[in-house]
Design a protein around this ligand. Structure first.
Ligand SMILES: [Zn+2]
Length: 244
């Protein structure tokens, strides 16, 4: 009997609590770029190799945690069952990421991207009435000397994707002004319909590039765990602005 009442009480509390959370009822699809047999771009730090997919994954899973805390339903479209949030500077390459729902990721790029959008679109159809957004996170690779800020792509025919990108961008601009007053933030929001996942995904989609994995200054943005957390937090602020 005690057990019965305590279960009842817990579920009542859980019910009343989740009803008050700001993102209750929303659905997010999160995909870090690459994964499985494809680590994406590889940066260098001394003798270490810095794999795009591991850094993108760590920021993505931090964002997932924040969204869930606020009551959102989150689907990790790329998931590494034995990697949670990691605080290491060097994140080791592994190849055991899976695609939702627990499928091996193919090496072929088009097959990999189609696997992502098929999974997202199928879930999107199931959640029809909800506020749904797809966010995919990458790290760019350019020549070593080129420093770039966090920037955002959306589809030209997606006003909702554009609006979410603008909201997150706005938070980055504000936070950069506060934390890095000596240097202006030059990240921007543009359309890029040529990106497969931007073009083929049904929910409003934002494609985020975290920086140039070859550039030593950009590397600091994702080598430090506290910075990876800040990136996730700022994305979260922009998402809350967008949903309000
Ligand atoms: Zn990438």
């Amino acid at each position: 009997m005690y057990l019965f009442f305590s279960i009842l009480l817990t579920s009542l509390l859980a019910g009343s609590q989740s009803a008050r959370l700001p993102l209750t009822g929303t659905v997010f699809y999160l995909a870090s770029g690459h994964g499985g047999p494809d680590p994406g771009a590889i940066g260098r730090l001394g003798k270490h190799r810095l794999p795009e997919d591991e850094y993108a994954y760590d920021v993505t899973i931090r964002l997932a945690q924040r969204l869930e805390e606020k009551g959102a339903t989150v689907y990790m479209i790329v998931d590494d069952p034995n990697d949670g949030i990691r605080d290491d500077v060097v994140l080791k390459i592994d190849r055991d990421e899976m695609a939702y729902p627990r499928q091996a990721i193919p090496l072929n790029q088009v097959a990999r991207l189609k696997q992502t959008t098929d999974a997202v679109n199928k879930l999107y159809a199931r959640h029809k009435a909800a506020y749904q957004r797809f966010i995919t996170i990458h790290v760019d690779s350019r020549s070593k000397g080129e420093k770039i800020d966090v920037f955002f792509y959306h589809h030209s025919a997606s006003p909702k994707g554009k609006r979410l990108a603008k909201h997150i961008h706005q938070r980055f601009a504000t936070n950069y002004r506060r934390h890095q007053a000596d240097r202006p933030y030059s990240g921007n929001v543009t359309t890029r319909n040529s990106l497969y996942v931007v073009r083929q995904s049904d929910p409003p989609t934002v494609f985020i590039e975290l920086g140039n994995i070859q550039n030593p200054l950009d590397q600091r943005r994702f080598l430090l765990a506290s910075n990876r957390q800040a990136l996730a937090n700022w994305m979260m602020q922009g998402i809350l602005d967008d949903y309000r």
